[in-house]
Every structure is written in C-alpha cells, then in structure tokens.
Design a protein around this ligand. Structure first.
Ligand code: CP
Length: 301
C-alpha cells in the first residue's frame, strides 16, 4: 500500500490486514515501524473524530504530528497545492492526511507533483471516506463476527455522503446484503449504479436488520431546494428507541458522527445503551488509523 485514497483501490486481503493490525493495536500491541516519522494533518474541512483520532493514532505510534493550519498558512495567500506539498515534503513530512471538500482532490494533486508523496484520504467531498468505512467494518466485525449475508441498512442523506459510498464499496467486497433508505431528495442521481436495495420507508427498510447505520444530514452540501425539502426529514426518518426495538430489536446502531440530534436520531436513543456503539466507532477509529499509518508509513517513498 502506497496511499489510501479509496476503498475501491484496496484488495480484500489488504483490508483484512488493516483490520487484523487494528485488532493487534486494540489489544495493546505497540509495534511501530513509523517511530520518528512525521504525519501532516491537513484539514481543509472541519473535523473532530477523524482529525483527533489520526493525531492520537500517530502519537501512539511514536510519530511526529504536524497540524497544518490552513488559515495561517501561505496556502491562504495563494500558494499552490503543488508548492505547498513539495515544500512540506522537503521539510520531512512522510505522510499527508487530507480532508477536503473537492471530490478526487488527492488524485488531482498527485498529477501535479514532481515527487511521489504518500497520502491518506480523510474524506474528500461527497466521494470517499475510506478510514471511516474501515472503522465501521471493524466495529461490525467486532459485534457480528462476519458481515457476509448480514442485512446492513444505511439510512439518510446518501446523495451527499462519502461515508455511504465507502461503506458500500467495502461491504460489497465482503458479501453483505446492503440496503439504502432515503427520501427522493437524498437519493443520488443514478441509484441503479449502487449495488444495494433501495427503500423509502424507514420501518420497511430496517425490518430484521443486523445493522442500522444512520447518516448525517450534510447541511453544508445542500442546495436551497434540498434544504427546503430536508426540513421535513425528521418527521419520517428520525429513529427512536420504540421503532428500533419493534422492527430491528437485534440491530447494532451506528452513525459516523457528528450527529444532528432530533434530526437523524432522538436524544433518548442516542444516549441509551444502543447508542454506545456510536462512541465505540470513534474509539475503533484510533486503532484502524494506527494500522493504516503503520502500514503506509512503513513503506519507503
Ligand atoms: N465521521 C467523521 O468523519 O467525523 P468528523 O467529521 O468529526 O471527522
């Protein structure tokens, strides 16, 4: 593995290797091949879970962490991506962890660079969030053992969700039975291109599910018309304890965060025992990101 840009470019055995290494770190394993190397966190979009867990993961591995502050950097004075990355490479950054609002930003930057730098995608636009899908997979495996044949229902703003797309790519590789549930205004342009079963009714969708994964309504990515429609989203799609208990009593409840309370989920469900898995997802993110940094940072540029 040289970069981690999306799930589609990972082989099944590479995903299994990441999960196995994450399990090793979760059990307290402390082997690191990246001690004294430098990871640069470049978050052009806001983040709590991904940024903080990448930083903690890097520090647990003995790496140096450089938090690139976009606002105070020369990038904000107009310096190009090419010059920014090449200069950081020459001052000894070994791996770049990037979040950006543009779909496919890393592939674009790589074509401009004269040097072969290492990148980890921490979320690009509406396209991909590979480490989120990996930590979600880790969490499902921890709870279910195997996802093959399991009914995984992903509910909400699929159209604007990089989490949904990366999860679908990963779950399809491992034979899960993936279902999406969304109102028309949150469906992508070509739903037929997604290898999943589509629903519009929440109760119908989650019936007998093994996993119910709620998506955040991506308010910052909605146009005016969708924002208007989304005003009534909670009336039909907000999940509460009674509905979950009635239709999917054995389901694991997941959400990538940040949660819009009382929009995707009631506070009473989020703060209940069922909601604890959502915090466990965040915790598992540290182990998965340790595994990714260790595997990637260990290879020579
Ligand atoms: N799940 C996720 O990407 O959360 P953050 O935006 O807080 O990193």
């Amino acid at each position: 593995m040289h970069d981690l840009i999306d799930i589609e470019r990972l082989a099944k055995n590479e995903i299994e290797e990441i999960i196995s290494k994450a399990e090793f770190f979760a059990k307290g394993g402390r082997e690191s091949v990246v001690k004294e190397r430098t990871a640069c966190m470049m978050f052009f979009e806001n983040s709590t879970r991904t940024h903080c867990s990448f930083e903690i993961a890097a520090k647990k591995l003995g790496m140096h962490v450089l938090n690139f502050d976009v606002k105070s950097s020369s990038f904000s004075k107009g310096e190009s991506f090419k010059d920014t990355f090449e200069n950081l490479h020459f001052i000894d950054v070994d791996v770049f962890v990037i979040r950006h609002s543009e779909d496919g930003i890393i592939d674009r930057i790589k074509t401009e660079l004269a040097y072969d730098l290492k990148f980890i995608n921490a979320g690009d636009g509406k396209r991909a969030h590979p480490t989120q899908a990996l930590l979600d997979f880790y969490t499902m495996k921890e709870k279910l053992g195997d996802v093959c044949g399991r009914k995984i229902v992903i509910v909400g703003d699929v159209a604007h969700s990089r989490v949904a797309k990366s999860n679908l790519a990963l779950l399809n590789k491992f034979g899960a039975d993936v279902h999406f549930c969304a109102p028309s205004y949150f469906m992508p342009e070509n739903p037929g291109n997604f290898r999943a079963v589509w629903h519009s009714d929440l109760k119908d969708a989650i019936s007998d599910a093994d996993v119910v994964m709620l998506l955040r309504v991506q308010n910052e990515r909605l146009d005016e018309r969708t924002t208007k429609s989304a005003g009534s989203y909670a009336d039909l799609y907000k999940l509460d304890s009674n509905t979950l208990e009635k239709y999917a009593p054995n389901a694991i409840l997941m959400h990538p965060g940040p949660v819009n309370r009382e929009v995707e989920i009631t506070s009473e469900l989020l703060d209940s025992e069922k909601g604890r898995t959502i915090l466990e997802q965040a915790k598992n993110g540290v182990y998965v990101r340790m595994a990714v940094l260790n595997m990637l940072g260990g290879a020579n540029v």
